[in-house]
Design a protein around this ligand. Sequence first.
Ligand code: APR
Ligand code: PHB
Length: 399
Amino acid sequence: MKTQVGIIGAGPAGLMLSHLLHLEGIESVILECRTREEIESTIRAGVLEQGTVDLMNEAGVGDRMMREGHLHHGIELQYSGIRQRVNMHELTGGKSIMVYPQHEVIKDLVAARLEARGEIIFGVSDVGLHDVETNSPRITFLKDGAEMELACDFIAGCDGYHGPSRQMIPESVRNEKKQIYPFGWLGVLAKTPIANPELIYANHDRGFALISQRTPEIQRHYLQVDPTEDIANWSDDRIWSELTARVETDGWELPDGPIIQKNIVSMRSFVCEPMQYGRLFIAGDAAHIVPPTGAKGLNLAMADVQVLKRGITAFYQSGDMNWLNHYSEVALRRIWKAQRFSYWMTTMLHTNFNHTSFERSVQLSELDYVTSSRAALTSLSENYIGLPFEWEKERTLQI
Ligand code: APR
Ligand code: PHB
């Protein structure tokens, strides 16, 4: 088999890249180890930045999102039992976020790719990357027991944190920077009405809590727990009483109901530098992980592939690798800002049980400052809603 861009992974990064390349007349094939049903039903994040919403619409895959997603103009921050609204719409000159689950984004992108006769090969195994430092890289894989090979001009490694692509960057070149937090998130999907018009991020002595939403009937909430905690210790009753204790305020009640799914994830930050090796380009979770507090994971994946698409398109228009050779540098500048923001939100909102009483007071004072300063609220809002790309900034890009 032969194509222009071989893409490993049908997550948001791989699917959106394939779709954007198609809109530029560039061919790609996606190789995915899971089934279509699995990728379309895995519960993940749910907040789209303004730029991701615009991208979905401009790429012609935003119709269902605009109909079924929930547009939010702000979030609410809670600490010391007080809840404060952050009017992000006003603070960012009219921008918003969309609450629309990642697996719905996946469904929309898979449908668009298949409708355009794009090729997604599901259920592959033993994916191997070869000759990435040459102009003719190859991907080998097994499909239904048969050995297959895909020859291409470029490989896009969109295969998530555990995929094989990043490992192809030699250790002598690869610099992996990471931070592990002493926090885990217990996430639930619950059959209840929407708890609040906007998301609530709550700092509490007992630990952080997040009230989110999915549909009018099903909601998504999170509790900070020890990352080594066993989910078996968390009965539905315990989850509801803990959520209630952390988010209660006068005159507001958290609706409860049957919990239909629960799991615990640990939290870390991770960046791989560079994101290119020869003709291999890694994007999304393959290159970086953020703690979920800033709601950036999906949005960063979508941002990377917009940078990559520009580079690949420039190559096919002019044969010039200059843009592509700057992919890593351009993408990483924005990624580090999202890492900074996610780290800041995480440390500001979670309760670190190893902290001294002095550190706890500084944290509360930071929340007091952030919620009372227009400058600080503007900074929080512009980061949450999504920073511009290098080429959208006012200063000239010197590449
Ligand atoms: N071969 C083929 N496919 C693979 C392989 C492999 N060896 N390893 C992983 N994959 C597939 C996974 O099955 C998955 O569908 O690559 C895809 C990677 O998708 P994601 O993990 O969703 O990563 P990405 O597209 O970068 O999107 C990042 O996903 O994890 C969330 O919070 C994260 O929202 C963020 C988003
Ligand atoms: C979610 O709804 O899953 C969600 C919302 C906001 C976050 C993280 C996750 O910061």
